[in-house]
Ligand binder design. Structure first.
Ligand code: SAM
Length: 445
């Protein structure tokens, strides 16, 4: 018999807690291997993401019900209580009795009688006494950290960079479920044509809010449609689609994408090149290069070559010069917390300096490979200014042959320019309910 869904959720959450495993990868693996009913897959996903997303809020709720404090508990008991309280507070469709009963059954199976009694006592008291208030937390930064479940160091950093009100909005929008959006392969069809194809296959869809290439999937599984399988669309966030537009690639050009897997932006660029010219895509990891190959063959694109390579050494290859180079750099990922909530807990403030130095090494390495007059696009899916504006400023200080490109704004929709500054745009998650993104365009003189 297959394991009950909450026990599967407990196993996944424990692996994430102990091994810093990625929630999305682990969930996919588990769903692919298990015999879960499709309705249970929905509940499992909701419990796993929700419990990670609200971790510190849940611990705050539990604190007054656990005598010696939440941190005194064994990991599995702590995680079991968290996922149970998550359901009690945030999931209306699960009756309280069922949540408590399931938790006690799991505790009996995994621990001794004392533990199942404690789990029963804590959860019953919680149901009886109700959700604790945040009003006792007087410090507003601490309150925001606990109420929105973000580490306090990150909140302080964002307040320094964006101010309190913008930080509050960013935290709130990081808790919202992300849209599922697809980018239309405009070699094969127009946005309108694909909207009707998806509609005929039973999906509820509408035009995107930010990008002219985008369709938002309101209901239905796009991966199971023929429209997807036959290469009419690619699943991609709307703000990420702006990068493909920012690069301004044209048919016949020589283009390099240095950090390319799984290929979302490479395939967009190739579509704009009308699948002519040459697009050389690289990624550090061999296994990820396979993902680029899968996407190019599904989309029927032939102008992309993809191979493993460290972008920090790319100048040693006998390639180029290129008309366009994209560095979609490895980054802290703080713009995609809605999709990967474990980022909040796995990254530390110290990591940021290390990531920034890799970004600069990559930028330094690609600089000689660009043609004179060519464009270098630097993008990240983070909102951290050290990895964005500061990385660009550092690069420009060392490379006087590069300048910020003021024509960037002409290649992007007007709507996306609300935070535009001299050749750079920032999109925060609260602006358009998309991922947070940063794009800088640099021209070589
Ligand atoms: C933000 S992701 C790229 C997403 C991709 N551009 C897309 O649109 O699908 C960053 C990628 O950089 C790769 N990476 C990290 N360090 C690298 C390096 N030194 N050289 C090349 N690729 C690297 C990672 O494996 C990861 O796939």
């Amino acid at each position: 018999m297959s394991k009950p869904v909450r026990e599967v959720a407990l196993d996944i959450l424990l692996q994430i807690e102990k091994n810093q495993a990625y929630s999305n990868l682990l969930l996919n693996q588990t769903v692919n291997r298990s015999k879960l009913d499709p309705r249970d897959v929905g509940l499992l996903t909701e419990i796993v993401y929700g419990t990670i997303q609200r971790r510190d809020t849940l611990d705050y709720f539990l604190q007054s019900f656990v005598k010696k404090g939440v941190n005194s508990l064994q990991d599995w008991v702590k995680v079991l209580l968290r996922l149970s309280v998550y359901q009690l507070v945030y999931l209306d469709r699960v009756p309280d009795r069922a949540v408590v009963h399931e938790a006690v059954t799991i505790a009996k199976k995994r621990g001794h009688k004392g533990i199942s009694g404690m789990v029963n006592g804590v959860l019953r008291s919680f149901v009886r006494e109700g959700v604790p208030s945040f009003d006792t937390i007087t410090d507003e930064t601490k309150r925001l950290a606990i109420e929105s479940s973000h580490p306090i160091w990150l909140i302080k950093r964002w307040i320094d960079q964006y101010g309190f009100e913008e930080t509050k909005k960013m935290c709130q929008s990081s808790l919202e479920p992300p849209n599922v959006t697809v980018r239309v392969n405009q070699i094969k069809a127009t946005v309108e044509e694909v909207i009707s194809l998806l509609g005929e296959e039973g999906l509820k869809v509408r035009k995107g809010d930010l990008s002219s290439d985008a369709i938002i999937i309101e209901s239905g599984n796009v991966f199971q449609t023929n429209t997807y399988k036959q290469g009419y669309v690619t699943v991609q966030d709307e703000s990420s689609m702006l990068v493909g537009r920012a690069i301004g690639a044209k048919p016949g050009m020589m283009v390099a994408d240095t950090c390319a897997a799984p290929g979302g932006k490479s395939t967009h660029i190739a579509e704009q090149m009308d699948d002519t010219g040459t697009l050389m895509s690289f990624d550090l990891h061999d296994h990820k290069v396979k993902l680029i190959h899968q996407q190019t063959s599904r989309l029927g694109l032939t102008c992309i070559t993809a191979e493993a390579g460290d972008a920090r050494n790319i100048h040693q290859k006998a390639i180029g010069p290129f008309d366009r180079i994209l560095v979609d750099a490895p980054c802290s990922g703080f713009g995609v917390i809605r999709r990967k909530p474990d980022i909040k807990w796995s990254k530390t403030e110290n990591d940021i300096k290390g990531i920034q130095s890799i970004q600069l090494e990559i930028l330094d390495a690609v600089a000689p490979l660009l043609k004179q007059g060519g464009t270098l696009i630097y993008s990240t899916c983070t909102v951290d200014k050290d990895e964005n504006e500061e990385s660009v400023a550092n690069f420009l200080a060392r490379h006087p042959e590069f300048q910020l490109d003021h024509t960037l704004k002409d290649r992007l929709p007007k709507k996306a320019l609300s935070r535009y500054q001299e050749g750079m745009i920032t999109i925060l998650p609260q602006d358009f309910q998309t991922d947070g993104f940063f794009i800088a365009s640099l021209v070589k003189q």
